[in-house]
Ligand binder design. Sequence first.
Ligand code: SF4
Ligand code: SF4
Length: 227
Amino acid sequence: MMLEKKIAALDRIYAAYDRFCATLDVACKKYCARCCTSNVTLTTLEGYKIVDHLIAAGKLNIIDELKHTVATTRYQPQISTNRLAELYAAEAKVPEEEMAAEWEDCPLLTKTVCSIYNLRPFGCRCFVSGKNCAEIGFADIDDFTASVNTVFLQTIEHLDADGCCGNLIDVLQVMESEENRQAYAKDRLKCEPNGLIVNWSLKVLMIPPEHRTKMEPILEELRRIKI
Ligand code: SF4
Ligand code: SF4
C-alpha cells in the first residue's frame, strides 16, 4: 500500500537526519523542553503516523488533550516550504507570515516530557541548539544546520505532496477522525476546509551556494530513499 511505503520512507528520512545530528555538538538533552511550544508544524503524513501508532497502542486519549486547545495561541502557516521555495526562486512576492509572539507550551508536553517523543514530527526533531536555550534565550543554530533542516522539511513535504500541513494541534485533531484518516489514505483529504494548507511537490531546493558542496552527501542519501 502506498501509504505504508510513504511511512517507511518517512522513517528513513528521520534516520538520515538522526545520523546528521550525531555529527553535531549540541546542548540538547532529555527533559530540556524550552523549544516545545505551540508553534510546531507538521505534514499530514507525520500526523497520520502519530495517530495510527496511538490507536494501535490504545493511547488515543493523548489526542484528547488537544480538544482543550482551541484557543491556544499558535503559529498556523499560510504557505508551505516548497511553495515558498518556488516563490523565492522566481523572485516573486512572498506573503508575510506571523509567528505567534506569545506562544504557549506544546499541549503534548507533560511537565518536561514529550508524551509522543519517539513519534515526534520533524518539526520537533530539528530543534537542535549548540547552547542551552534556557541560558541564552534562543536556539543557537549554525547556518549549515538551518539549510539542512530546510532540505529535510522540503523532502518530507514532497513525500506528502498529495497531503496538507499545518500546526500540530490542528493536524492531529484532523487525523483523529476515522473519516479523515480514510480520506487521507485515498489522497482525498481536503486541506483548507480542515484548517490546513496544501503541500507542494519539490521543484527547487533552498540551499545557499556556499552550502551546496557540503550538502551533497546528505542529498545523495535522501535521493536513495524511494517509495
Ligand atoms: S533546542 Fe534548546 S530547548 Fe530544545 S532541547 Fe535543544 S537546547 Fe533544549
Ligand atoms: S510534540 Fe513533543 S517534542 Fe514536539 S513540541 Fe510537543 S512536546 Fe515537544
